[in-house]
Ligand binder design. Structure first.
Ligand code: SF4
Ligand code: SF4
Length: 350
């Protein structure tokens, strides 16, 4: 099944409601937490402006809306915006069995959170609006070391409560050199507590994580161990999971995966795009490059950086003779940009 949007925009938008966060994760990739990026903190959109953005997204046929931050729930209007988004409709065009079909549907809505402000009022709202909840769990014994707070038990309790209330949940786990040793226990605990599926990320340098890369970055062998461990846990549990941060195919080919889905093609500006707290578009949440304001989204068609990602003009020179290059974008293009200086630099793993 393939989803098309009514505009040239990808079918999913990631909405960073706020720059603020109540965790201080060592691995956080938000560009505004990196001194090196020079990423400016501008005034955040207010409630009325976010509602205009949501209206326009739905007019453009964007059928997936992922609310995040920072920590989205730090905004007093987060639930109001979720409620507003869920009241909208969007024309969704899909190719099903080779046939184009168009339906008027409500957007699929996701809330990504660290869980600290998720209480029974929030859970009831998510259940009522059919919003999917993704909670971050970067380790058990290492949770505090990674986030600055000892809240792993709280996250596990929330998975239990959400699952009892019929809310669809995802455990979102960033894997680093510090928590790899307990990845099996971390994922098992989340799935046993009721998390429906897994979104795993390998640590990528960027944001606050850039200055912590020496202690967090995974070697190739550690990435292979991460993939094999997660795949085994998911297979035994009979659950679905995927890796959110693309892997070079020449590394992925070294491990056989039964259940975990791991991509090798960058989906920035193709599968999704990001609207930051001040309304400016970026190709991916890892990107330090602010493009046009979303309300001028048609300008993106003439934006060189956007088109570099749309047209996949970023394969590293080192990959030019590779026989696998039609199925691979050379790893994460924004992590390569941040560490190597250009979008066509090598992935830090290579
Ligand atoms: S294109 Fe580059 S990263 Fe991808 S498989 Fe080939 S050598 Fe590896
Ligand atoms: S830049 Fe591309 S490869 Fe990297 S995380 Fe974003 S979508 Fe994935």
């Amino acid at each position: 099944m393939r989803i098309r949007s009514k505009s040239f925009l990808p079918s999913t938008a990631v909405l960073e409601l706020t720059y603020r966060c109540n965790h201080s994760c060592l691995f956080c990739s938000c560009p505004w937490f990196s001194k090196e990026s020079g990423f400016e903190i501008l005034q955040e959109l207010d409630t009325a402006q976010w509602k205009c953005v949501l209206d326009e997204l739905c007019r453009c046929g964007i059928s997936g809306l992922a609310f995040t931050g920072g920590e989205a729930l730090l905004r007093d209007d987060c639930l109001e915006l979720l409620e507003y988004a869920s009241s909208l409709t969007v024309e969704k065009t899909e190719t099903v069995d080779g046939e184009l079909t168009t339906r008027e549907v409500h957007p699929e809505i996701y809330l990504l959170s660290n869980g600290y402000l998720v209480d029974s009022e929030v859970l009831e709202c998510l259940a009522k609006l059919d919003v999917r909840l993704s909670l971050s769990l970067p380790g058990l014994s290492t949770f505090e070391k990674h986030t600055g707070h000892d809240r792993a038990d709280l996250v596990l309790k929330l998975f239990r409560q959400a699952s009892d209330m019929g809310i669809s949940t995802t455990v979102n786990s960033t894997v680093t050199a510090l928590n790899l040793h307990e990845l099996r226990e971390t994922l098992s605990a989340a799935l046993l507590a009721g998390a429906g599926q897994l979104l795993m990320n390998r640590f990528l340098p960027g944001g606050r994580g850039l200055r912590n890369a020496d202690q967090l970055a995974l070697s190739e062998n550690q990435v292979l161990e991460m993939l094999a461990t997660a795949d085994d846990v998911l297979t035994r549990a009979g659950r679905y999971g995927n890796l959110g941060t693309e892997i070079p195919l020449c590394i992925l080919n070294k491990v056989e995966l039964k259940t975990l889905e791991a991509g090798t093609r960058c989906s920035a500006a193709l599968g999704f795009f990001v609207i930051g707290p001040s309304g400016y578009v970026r190709v991916c949440n890892h990107s330090e490059k602010r493009l046009d304001h979303f309300m001028n989204w048609k300008e993106l068609k003439r934006n060189d950086y956007w088109n570099t990602f749309r047209l996949r003009k970023y394969l590293p020179a080192e990959c030019s003779d590779c026989s696998l290059k039609l199925d691979c974008d050379g790893g994460c293009r924004e992590a390569a940009h941040i560490t190597g200086g250009n979008v066509d630099s090598k992935d830090p793993l290579l």
